[in-house]
Design a protein around this ligand. Sequence first.
Ligand code: UDP
Length: 342
Amino acid sequence: MNYLVTGAAGYIGSHTVRELLARGARRVVAVDSLVRGHRGAIEALERVADGRLRFVHLDLRDRAALAALLAEERPDAVLHFAAFTLVGESVAHPAMYWSCGVGGTSSLLEAMRAAGTERMVFSSTAATYGAPERMPIAEDTPQVPVNPYGASKLACEAIIRGEVDAARAEGRAFGATMLRYFNVAGCASDGLLGEDHTPETHLVPSALQAALGQRPALQLFGTDYPTPDGTCIRDYVHVEDLATAHVDALQALHPHRCDAFNVGIGHGFSVREVFAECERVVGRPIPVQVAARRAGDPPVLLSDPARIMRELGWSPRHRTLTPMVESAWRWMQANPGGYPKP
Ligand code: UDP
């Protein structure tokens, strides 16, 4: 099959391109605006692609260029990752999140319709659920986002669902699957790809940056939450398991259907537990500082991944923090400045 992957130079997109290539993709068209993605990730993928990868530098909101690309490539399926992904930034710059999310997704759907591309896997998020009281979160938990990031992703889900409904009414075989991720950590186990965000705000790479002396200390955002050790609890999935979930979802995708699956391991770790694992893997104390709560952080977010396990047969290979932290640490030691910057 031929695939088009948006956001292919980003963290999850690049790991998923690699999984597609490993599972025998005939051709992958990797699209990225390189606003947050890295040319270095594409170069790494090219080294393992045997000529099956084409990179196209494009912002999805460039409707004409995107439509021309899909008309030329006529991919069998699209995996749509391209987005801004930081909750705090979305609160400060809501229009940027709505424009990129809704603008990019609708432009992509129009181009797909014109090109006759009938399968889509969409990168959604647990942030579409907001801060529900009942844990774990199943897919039928009401989606009440509490920030523009979650709200714009939920709007994208609605647009995609509408396209599936329209296709069904017209007898076209379009189908889509949304994957709602919880927390993601780790890197390719052989060190080919990594996690490189500027600024880095995620817990594991932030702790490891503190270990490398690239920041003065890891800030623990709140130690007075109503949890056993006072810090927030999150459900972490290894990025390679998440990549596998995308390809499994594509293979199981039904025409005329729009399904949503949570992707998590169904088990939580507190911020202190993650930090302790980072110190264990690094082998020395990491500077740490207690800080105020970060706005918008719910105390606990835990997935119920039963549906994806039951319906797609997906199950995470990694159920502990160790392989996530170890692979992230290896990549950061080998690439202390992240991917080479132009
Ligand atoms: N966190 C922290 N210090 C940091 C980064 C994150 O204490 O430097 C906490 C954060 O408050 C949250 C958890 O770690 O409770 C996971 O945050 P992350 O940004 O990795 O993912 P999110 O849950 O926001 O998607």
